[in-house]
Write a new protein. Structure first.
Length: 300
């Protein structure tokens, strides 16, 4: 509840100004090492107040007051964020392209860099020489890539596989909320996914676990809160990629495309895996920060 600076509040909790609450939050988050302290402070306030971030900024400029109860709730969320609990877990959603996806403990939070992976998959799906091309997202997690394809290429048929019980709860919720009639979700291991589609798929896409087992992610949000099954991919991080290469060959039709997300140093090794398995034209592409992020190849 936002009130004017002069309105009375019958509740015993002391109100504070929005501006003061934001300043305190920014200081606390910055001291805890949160890189975007201002953004996070404003987004947490927007969540508490049920308004947009711009309205929070306007409220701070006007001198609006945050009532005591919501101020206390805000303080609790700021403390949790300062402990490096992911912002998306606290507000319950994560943006992905034009979507707003439900996320929380047990599911990998979609990252902005994965949006370029989705773009490659969407472009390939749009270019497919079929009135109803088929795409498969293996290890879909929150459903981000699959739902982006389904909504941005509405004449396509999109199939998504996920086999983590904890993640599937969120995946199912997102599929239900988006309500794309052309998207189908299955609880199945990616290695056995969709045999009925063998040889018919135009785009096979995945954001697999690709962190080497011995590597320790720098950010506490990743290290402490992302599910390990969504992060670690064996000694070199590429165990799941090897499986995806063979599964992709089973699913894709000639001329079909595979699109894989990976770490910035893994492009050459993934190109070798794909080429050795029989894929052609393996190419690695950068994300918007100019770090290698996605490798594509074509089924002969």
């Amino acid at each position: 509840m936002l009130t004017s600076p002069h309105s009375s509040d019958p509740r015993p909790a002391a109100p504070t100004s929005v501006a003061a609450a934001l300043r305190g939050a920014v200081d606390r988050l910055a001291a805890a090492g949160v890189s975007d302290a201002v953004v996070d402070a404003e987004l947490l306030a927007a969540h508490v107040l049920g308004v947009g971030r711009g309205q929070v900024q306007a409220a701070a400029i006007r001198g609006d007051v945050l009532d005591g109860d919501r101020g206390a709730h805000y303080g609790e969320l700021v403390a949790r964020r300062a402990s490096r609990e992911p912002l998306q877990h606290l507000i319950g959603t994560a943006p992905f392209r034009h979507l707003e996806l439900r996320v929380g403990p047990g599911v990998f939070v979609p990252r902005p860099e994965t949006e370029i992976v989705a773009q490659f998959a969407i472009d390939a799906l749009s270019a497919a020489a079929s009135p109803e091309p088929i795409a498969v997202d293996l290890g879909t997690g929150s459903g981000a890539i699959a739902l982006a394809m389904a909504t941005e290429v509405p004449y396509a048929r999109v199939f998504a596989a996920e086999n983590s019980v904890d993640a599937f709860v969120w995946t199912k919720e997102n599929f239900g909320a988006v309500g794309a009639d052309n998207a189908q979700l299955a609880f199945i291991d990616l290695a056995q996914a969709f045999p009925e589609l063998d040889g018919t798929v135009s785009v096979v896409v995945s954001n697999p676990p690709y962190v080497p087992d011995a590597a320790i992610p720098r950010d506490p949000e990743v290290r402490l809160f992302d599910p390990p099954a969504a992060l670690y991919g064996g000694t070199d991080g590429l165990d799941v990629v090897r499986t995806l290469s063979t599964v992709g060959l089973r699913l894709a039709h000639p001329g079909g495309v595979i699109v894989l997300e990976h770490g910035e140093w893994q492009g050459p090794a993934i190109r070798d895996i794909l080429t050795d398995d029989g894929w052609r034209a393996a190419s690695t592409h950068p994300d918007l920060t100019m770090r290698d992020r996605v490798t594509t190849a074509v089924r002969p």
